[in-house]
Design a protein around this ligand. Sequence first.
Ligand code: FE
Ligand code: CA
Length: 559
Amino acid sequence: MELTRRRLLRASAVGAGLAALGPVAARSSGSRALAQAVPLAATFDPEPFPLGVASGDPLPEGVLLWTRLAVDPLLPDERPSPALPERVEVDWVVAADPRLRRVVRSGSTVADVALAHSVRVDVTGLEPGTTYWYRFAAQGRVSRVGRTRTAPVGPLERLRFAFVSCQDFEDGFYPAFRHLAREGVAFVVHLGDYIYESDGSGNGRDHPEETAATLATYRARHALYKGDLALRAAHAAFPWIVTWDDHEVDNNYAGLVPQDVDEGRNDDFAQRRADAYRAYFEHLPVRVDGPPTGPDLRIYRELSFGDLLDVAVLDTRQYRTDQPCDDEQLTAACSEVDDPEAEMLGPDQSAWLAASLTGSRTAWRCLANQVMVGQLKVGGVPSPVGGVLESQLVPTSDGSYVNPDQWDGYQVPRAELLGLVAEQGIPDVVVITGDFHVHWVSDLKVDFDDPTDPVVATEFVGTAISSGGDGDEGTSEALRAAAYPTNRHIRYVEAERRGYAVVELDRERWRTIFKVVETVAEPISPLSVLAAFEVDRGRPGARQVAGANGNPIPRAAPS
Ligand code: FE
Ligand code: CA
């Protein structure tokens, strides 16, 4: 009797856990949303919470909760969800158990049409380093249950988190998020390219035919991405710490300079950026001073995890100067890569980051960054390598070529940042990076061309969740051939797998584990460990501890 009851209890607890994490079938309402969703291969939670729930930016005593009420969210209506009232009352509850019996905080708020009926609740009064479950209710219905976790304080022995980037919906499914949702991590960092603004030309699933360029179309694009049930599951499983790269607005934009100046949709790029930033604010639980009322939104910020880790979340898009030598022929050397006036972070963010780094007292410092910091010089005339060096490369004074969109195009700001780390002796700095859709591991130095220059920090560039699809066979080999001879600080390159990275750190060691799926052509695909690297405290530079490595150059002893 007792056994049976216990088993039943256990079964129901498991069931509740699964409900919190697993997919919820879309309600068959015959709505226009469903008609829109089917050809785009999107599925949604039941209305009025079709986009699921999320939490973000955990503090020791609080966390941000997010949802958005919507009906037909894929339709780029000027007035979001015409079927919903302008203002909808929404109740929320935070509990200490997945069945929401031990409620610790609750309240109500209003979802306003002015913010596309998005809801953000800044919950306070929680316990540090503690797991909670939460749920919203409105119009007599409830959302799925989400799980979140506050940041720890004080002495902390170990921490486990994940980082991801680049989830082009039309390039593939998100089997990686399906696996990620089952990882035991305290939080997930998203390094940008959360949406892609481009029009439909998919190889698997499709974008709408129209490029996102207005508030209504950016909102619909965010809604489409939330139409992936694995993404919703990963949001519901952990708090996320998000930042943006370019595609949340426009490919390779720089500050207020769009990629293509002559496109009609960029006639007022400040307005376009304002719309994109506002839609981003409406769709992600990010602890910023918003909603934005114009083209500016400060998203760079710091989060701390006990005495173990400070995370400085960077924004390398909003304040940068235009990419160097954008429109020049590839014949003359591009002196602009050394332009002392160039800005990557802008003066305010640079000063903030310097203060953050010099003031940090945790064991480790992590920069959550977008474009690759480590130098990638390609010798000789560059040719696109399997589609991954397809951006226009610019020649430098020594006859090699660099990608001007990366920190390589901003060499003075890069030397300033790494020089600060070197001169101030700021220990145990690890950069995590997205954008590239390729795994890279690099030892960071002030002068990458000087073999005697000491390693001052370590960079892990993670692959994409889906962008680039499964990639072309031979790309890794071609990239290695292009990269290794002229970049001896690069420890690892792999370009043909998609997935996410898990970081495990303690007081002695930082370990990055690259986990990849077999294919993104299917929503479900097996996961495996591609490679793993360790960094010892007090000794910057990566050491490979698992996986194959095609680097022909033996690793020098760490300095
Ligand atoms: Fe990307
Ligand atoms: Ca990008």
